[in-house]
Ligand binder design. Structure first.
Ligand SMILES: CC(C)(COP(=O)(O)OP(=O)(O)OC[C@H]1O[C@@H](n2cnc3c(N)ncnc32)[C@H](O)[C@@H]1OP(=O)(O)O)[C@@H](O)C(=O)NCCC(=O)NCCS
Length: 210
């Protein structure tokens, strides 16, 4: 399979938002909001254009990863810049063929070259531990609610990069999505049925359809 990676261009935005919607639809909740988060992130100051990559197969975009700046704030109020990736999407028909791994490995190397300290994400540990992500608790980094849980993970981009850095993790405001604005945005895409699926039940136990 001949996968090529390149920086995303403005002409790709619509197709990539649709790809994100296809990849996430009904996976974590009925419908999804990740295509809207991606859309909002693009116009955020936190968005990192140099790490916005698409994967192409036969001239068609089949994957995307984006990164944004985030912060860890310690007890003294000192802010430390970190980065996070997401959404990351691979077209459903092309998943489990190494495209996601290619996108992550490639952009992690560039993030290192750019001098960023660490990547902090929320995701499935069984997928991300293989890339060197560890539970945030190990670094004494927690959410604004003071929580830690397995999907909350950190990867140092060089040895000891987070030494002496502990505190609360804050990601960009683009990740906060209101249901109403999401509904309006989603109308710009082809109609898709919202469903409760096994993947949602495994994650949450109970799910409601908006
Ligand atoms: C998650 C995603 C980006 C991974 O990309 P991919 O190209 O399918 O993944 P790769 O081919 O690199 O890796 C495949 C491996 O990851 C595992 N994997 C893939 N998606 C996974 C997931 N959501 N949870 C756990 N494991 C997953 C597969 O079991 C496979 O493991 P194996 O190599 O041990 O068999 C892609 O599946 C996707 O777009 N999923 C829907 C959207 C999503 O969940 N995004 C991530 C949110 S944190």
């Amino acid at each position: 399979m001949n996968i090529t990676l390149r920086i995303e261009e403005e002409k790709d935005f619509r197709a990539v938002e649709n790809l994100t919607r296809e990849a996430f639809w009904n996976v974590y909740k009925p419908g999804c909001n990740e295509h809207f988060i991606l859309h909002k992130l693009r116009s955020s100051k936190a968005f990192i254009k140099e790490l916005d990559f698409v994967a192409e197969l036969g001239g068609e975009i089949v994957g995307n990863i984006v990164y944004s700046k985030a912060i860890v704030v310690d007890d003294a109020g000192t802010k430390y810049e970190v980065i996070g990736f997401g959404p990351i999407s691979v077209s459903p028909s092309c998943q489990r063929q190494g495209i996601g791994a290619k996108l992550i490995d490639h952009t992690v190397e560039i993030a290192k070259e750019m001098g960023f300290k660490a990547i902090i994400i929320f995701g499935d540990p069984s997928y991300y531990h293989r890339f060197g992500f560890k539970n945030a608790e190990i670094f004494d980094i927690h959410t604004a609610e003071g929580e830690n849980f397995d999907p909350f993970m950190v990867k140092e981009l060089y040895a000891g990069s987070l030494q002496g850095i502990t505190g609360i993790f804050f990601e960009d405001g683009a990740f906060n999505v209101g249901e109403e604005e999401l509904e309006l945005f989603d109308r710009k895409f082809p109609t898709k049925e919202k469903k409760v699926t096994d993947t949602q039940l495994a994650l949450h136990g109970a799910v409601t359809i908006n």
